[in-house]
Design a protein around this ligand. Sequence first.
Ligand code: OOG
Ligand code: MG
Length: 254
Amino acid sequence: MTHIEELAALLDDAARDARPVAQIDPQGRLGLDEAYAIQKASIERRARRGAPRVGVKMGFTSRSKMLQMGLSDVIWGRLTRDMQVEEGGCIDLGDYIHPRVEPELAFILKRPVTAGMTAAQALACVEAIAPALEIIDSRYADFKFSLTDVIADNASSSGFVIGPWADPAQDFGNLGLALAMDGHVVQIGSTAAILGHPLRALVAAARLAAQAGEELRAGDVVMAGAATAAEWILPGQSISVEIQGLGQASFKAN
Ligand code: OOG
Ligand code: MG
């Protein structure tokens, strides 16, 4: 096995067994290309087990998330079919290490979005938008990582929940949103927190994917990144996001 494949196997096993591992690159010595190659190889292992890529996620697209995690570069990761949690469904916390949840907006594409498109061109490729929740679960002990660590670890992505799909023709650049746990609002924000407009996250996703030789395809789900800081998930909690005019996405933790 190459070094890349060994590290991919380490992170893939950590995710599968829900057991944390030590940071692979605490000093940030790996290149970004190497870190993304590890991510790609770990997702390929999952695909070989029958869970193909169904889209991509963006990370650190809001100031709240950058401040919370102490990193300021926009990153991306891959979503696989096994990561989707049914809207209103239930997760088993035993499948996770130390999961957190964050409020996001999701896109589903009807045409490929390619690098260099303007926001308006990207919008024309969007089939629908939806309120969404991302479950992040760093495979590293204590949820601590360098930029290259988190890239290799698929940007901490672990699960996603998508609410009702809505027409993207409406203006979704500054919609109020609230994250609630057991009915108590714990985070409030706006879709404008996501790079000023979630469409910018879609444009950035196409650019970053292209750097890795990939395209955002028709049918792909794209998670725009969290609008607020993330919250720890505790046993028994019911978690929901509501986005103004778009409705809710929710799940329960057991
Ligand atoms: C990294 C993933 C960041 C977001 O929406 O900004 C992210 C992490 O915080 O563990 O998913
Ligand atoms: Mg996220």
